[in-house]
Design a protein. Structure first.
Length: 94
């Protein structure tokens, strides 16, 4: 499965890990960037790129990592389902 993956300037810290995990699960990442914390990248722009990739069939799914949780702005795109995760920890860790 092709999975569009994008990050804003604050989400870029997780970029390598997310891309690695998508590949490990047997999927093909469609890397939409960002690959640096500077200059700042507005999350609505990256959210729109994810939506366009999925709605144009360039990718079947999308993952967007941002620092604010504002990626939920993707909600206006019909093909997308959005969830906001504020903090992830491995199962069994408190």
């Amino acid at each position: 499965m092709r999975v569009a993956v994008a990050f804003d300037h604050r989400g870029v810290k997780l970029r390598a890990r997310v891309l690695e995990e998508v590949r490990r699960l047997g999927h093909e990442p469609v890397d939409l960037g960002t690959d640096k914390a500077e200059p700042m990248v507005d999350y609505p722009d990256k959210a729109k790129e994810i939506g366009e990739a999925v709605s144009s069939d360039d990718a079947e799914r999308g993952i967007f990592v941002c620092g604010s949780g504002g990626g939920a702005s993707c909600r206006g795109i019909h093909e997308l389902r959005v969830t906001v995760v504020y903090r992830c920890r491995p199962h069994g860790h408190s």
